[in-house]
Ligand binder design. Structure first.
Ligand SMILES: [Zn+2]
Length: 428
């Protein structure tokens, strides 16, 4: 069975009924699902980690895993077992059960010979019973650390997640001697986490940046487009057709003009709902009608692309986006390698200039991929997001782009160059 078929089969067995999740409330902002530091108060700073001994009894020099043999791994929080009933590839996955008394779930292994990870990102297939933001930690032979992270939604079948960079502690990726996978709970919770199929993901030769906009604000046209156009940068606007032509919203003529100027017009679902809170039939209608509206109004190219409202999804949503779209975007960490799963391309929302510089510098240092997402922006003193901040970010991108440190891509270029058609083969 091909990986893709396996994935679909897994989704089909878990549509509707087996998921329950409170609807996401709060500001109309698709980056709110994830704070830059992840889990909030329960997410203990790993610098406090008391267990730093790295005595090695490992026998396998490779850093990557199909988790068919768990003997190199030890538990460092929670209980580690092999699960041959729930897995992504091969015959089993590593299962970590975290009890209320555990502060975290964690597994670790060392390598007899340091491993060279230069030029590679990492992806990991995960499944969890709670919404978590797990880390992969790499340690070099001097103990310097690199933290990679991805958001994982409760109850969703195994997905291969692209891990972006959360903390760069100066780890020499050419000499990685220890690998950890962990998620902090702060104690008091039970959860189960399955890990499988840790794989290298190639990085682009030149770091890549994408500009995206959600919710169809008129400021895409009046504010952002002129700034991007002055540098010839493409962008994508993900719109909710039910809001087009409304107050402070883009109208059809402006959308057509944006497209003529090199923008892509994608779907943000027909209306802006937390999709996981809707019945499957309603979800299907929102996603199908959002796409159909784009096709009916001359935006066929963008109709292939989707951005999850509030970055919210469940198993049904993923199955539907797989059916109706070629690519789906949700919140995640920056500076990934090639995206291993076309349903879950990561992006970062509404950074201020300082945060954007940090994200861009990480992306440049690690030869990564970064999608920057914005919403409305106004030239007003009390604006929630000020257009001057956006302009400062674009200027910084331009400064780096002029030096050849990065390039700005359209979503179509991104798709053709940096999204795996199939999930990556496991490392053997
Ligand atoms: Zn939105």
């Amino acid at each position: 069975m091909r990986r893709r078929d396996l994935l679909i089969a897994g989704l089909g067995s878990c549509v509707a009924g087996c998921l329950s999740r409170e609807s996401t409330s709060g500001p109309r902002n698709d980056s709110t699902g994830i704070e830059p530091d992840g889990n909030g108060p329960s997410d203990v700073d790993p610098d406090d980690d008391p267990a730093e001994d790295t005595a090695s009894d490992a026998v396998d020099p490779s850093p990557f895993e199909d988790f068919e043999d768990l003997s190199p791994w030890t538990s460092d929080g929670g209980t580690l077992t092999a699960d041959d009933a729930t897995y992504y590839s091969g015959t089993q996955a590593a299962r970590i059960d975290v009890r209320p008394r555990d502060r975290r779930g964690a597994i670790r292994r060392t390598f007899a010979e340091p491993v060279d990870l230069t030029g590679n990102g990492l992806s990991l297939a995960l499944r969890a019973t709670a919404d978590i933001y797990p880390r992969i930690q790499l340690f070099d032979t001097d103990g310097n650390r690199l933290d990679l992270r991805a958001p994982v939604r409760a109850g969703v079948p195994f997905q291969s997640y692209p891990f972006g960079i959360d903390h760069d502690g100066g780890c020499d990726r050419s000499a990685v001697s220890e690998l950890r996978i962990l998620t902090y709970t702060g104690g008091g919770e039970s959860l189960s986490l399955w890990c499988d199929h840790l794989a290298r993901t190639p990085r682009p030769d030149t770091p890549v940046v994408l500009f995206q906009f959600d919710d169809g604000s008129v400021t895409d046209y009046t504010q952002a487009a002129p700034i991007l156009e002055s540098h010839g940068y493409p962008a994508t606007t993900f719109v909710n057709p039910d809001a087009i032509g409304g107050r402070d919203a883009l109208d059809l003529e402006q959308l057509a003009e944006l497209q003529a100027g090199g923008w892509t017009v994608g779907s943000h679902a027909h209306s802006h709902d937390s999709l996981s809170s809707l019945e499957p039939a309603i979800q299907e209608a929102r996603i199908r009608e959002g796409k159909q509206w784009l096709i009916d109004h001359g935006f066929e190219a963008g109709a292939e692309y989707f951005a999850y409202p509030y970055s919210d999804y469940d198993a049904t949503t993923l199955e539907l986006v797989d059916e109706y779209h070629r690519l789906g975007f949700a919140a995640g960490w920056p500076a990934t390698g090639r995206v291993p799963n076309r349903l879950l391309a990561p992006r970062r929302g509404d950074p201020d200039p300082a945060e954007a510089r940090r994200l861009l510098d990480l992306t440049i240092r690690h030869d990564g991929v970064l999608t920057l997402l914005f919403h409305s922006m106004w030239d007003l003193a009390d604006a929630e997001y000020h257009v001057d901040d956006f302009e400062a970010i674009v200027d910084y991108v331009h400064e780096k782009e002029r030096k050849g440190d990065l390039e700005v891509c359209s979503v179509a270029e991104f798709e053709s160059r940096l999204v795996a058609a199939e999930s990556p083969a496991p490392y053997r």
